[in-house]
Design a protein around this ligand. Sequence first.
Ligand code: NG1
Ligand code: MG
Length: 517
Amino acid sequence: MVAPADLPLVTVDALDKVYPADRVTNQGVRWNSLVESFKSHYGYKPAFIVRAPGRVNLIGEHIDHALFGVVPMAIVPDVIIAIGPRADTHEIRAQNVDPKYPPTAFTPSYSGGPAVDIEIRHLQWHSYVKAALLGYLKHPHSGGQSAGLDMLYDGTVPAGSGLSSSAAMVISTLLALLAANARLEGISKGDLVKMSMGAEGNVGVNTGGMDQAASVISTPAAALYVQFFPQLAGDPVPIPATDPAISFVIANTLVTSDKATTAKYNYNLRVVETLAGAALLAKRLGLAYTPADKVSYRQIVSEVAGGEHSLTGESVDNTDPTAGLRAAFKKTLQAIEHHLGNDSVRDGLSEDDLIDALDMSKQSFADTYLSLAVEPLGGKYRLYSRAKHILEEALRVLEFRRAIETGADGNMQNLPKLLGQIMGQSQDSCRDQFMCSCKEIDEITSIASEEGALGSRLTGAGWGGSTVSLVPAHIVPRFIENVSKRYSKYQGLGKDELEQAIFATLPASGACVHPLD
Ligand code: NG1
Ligand code: MG
């Protein structure tokens, strides 16, 4: 198999290679109007349009960080940018078609290594432009320089909706920089994923890589299995024809899950709980890692199974290629039960107790973990329930993918129901073990189930943002209407607002560059 991560970036000459057939015309109107607005803003014709989509994650929440595979897909909502390179200056000018995002203009400093001033504690839309620019300048491929650039943005991924507007912003901006500086050559999709992960770190988010992989590597009409270990790879997962046909409906809670302001006590804290849990498990298993190694649960799985070779070697049943891996996940779950589920670790540790358990000094704990959290954390570290969620969710990803490939017990008829059940289990675990749900997500997912969804769960980081429901295609219009009538935060919304808040999605293609002539 050729891993799509190794393939070159996509250049498109027509929009039917980008959007599902029924969306091409209205997107064409949008792209043309972006070109016209660029001309009237900057007084000349843009040279390129680049695009990076948002994503919805179907299964595998909060496990990319632990290097387990996930199954997201790129969606139609995206960020497109019209670009004009300017040879006469280093100034970057960025405008947004939405007047609520004010224009910005700045020049990176090139004395003593590239520097860009990112307002990390007061993030604005253009902080993501700057984060991408800094990531680009620091990447060896850029040679540490960028030409001046005029950019006009048009984004349709709602910010803070759990659909990865941030990844779409950063990736589209990186593509703009690569295109404008004639540096597209020699960059693979996998390179862009890594570059954008690094760049998103410039706004203080410890990103796991799923969003970037989905936005860059996705191919039309398929979800994407993203593997992070032992290396990044993407494998298209075409959604099969079933009876009833499957549709995925996204419903935004309209509670903004703004990581820039809340990461310190939710997302980044979970990252610390995950890393510290893996370090403690490794220690109690007698494995030769120190906390500074930041061992992942996925690495521990290989150790527990006696090396990666045994997961893929002859012991594996040919008709079930993931059998070895699933057995290793289960064995690791037993180890978690045994080593993290017995003593005081089970109910959560105070910071001092965690430092003791890991045999660390306060200083090295702070250097290793608290630096990831942006701010002091306080409270309890729940290593056991986070670890359990991660391993069980990783197992669900394998089951989900296997079901799509082979049906439920070999039967395609029961597939929609089985996929829905797996999604429901994921939601329960996100709520009870990873504790990343919230009352609005709980409200939508339970209304969704009552209105005929076969499964419904949060998607993305949670704590607000969006839900995704697996709905039989033939009931989608009624489903959307009924959920719209019942979910408290949709009351009083206009038609346009509602259409943006709840909609059925089709898998769209990943990021691309469109040269204009
Ligand atoms: P959101 O908050 O939806 O962008 C975040 C992470 C992902 C992944 C999910 C949880 C970033 C940029 N994204 O997604 O990598 O860990 O949470 O599965 O941090
Ligand atoms: Mg994000």
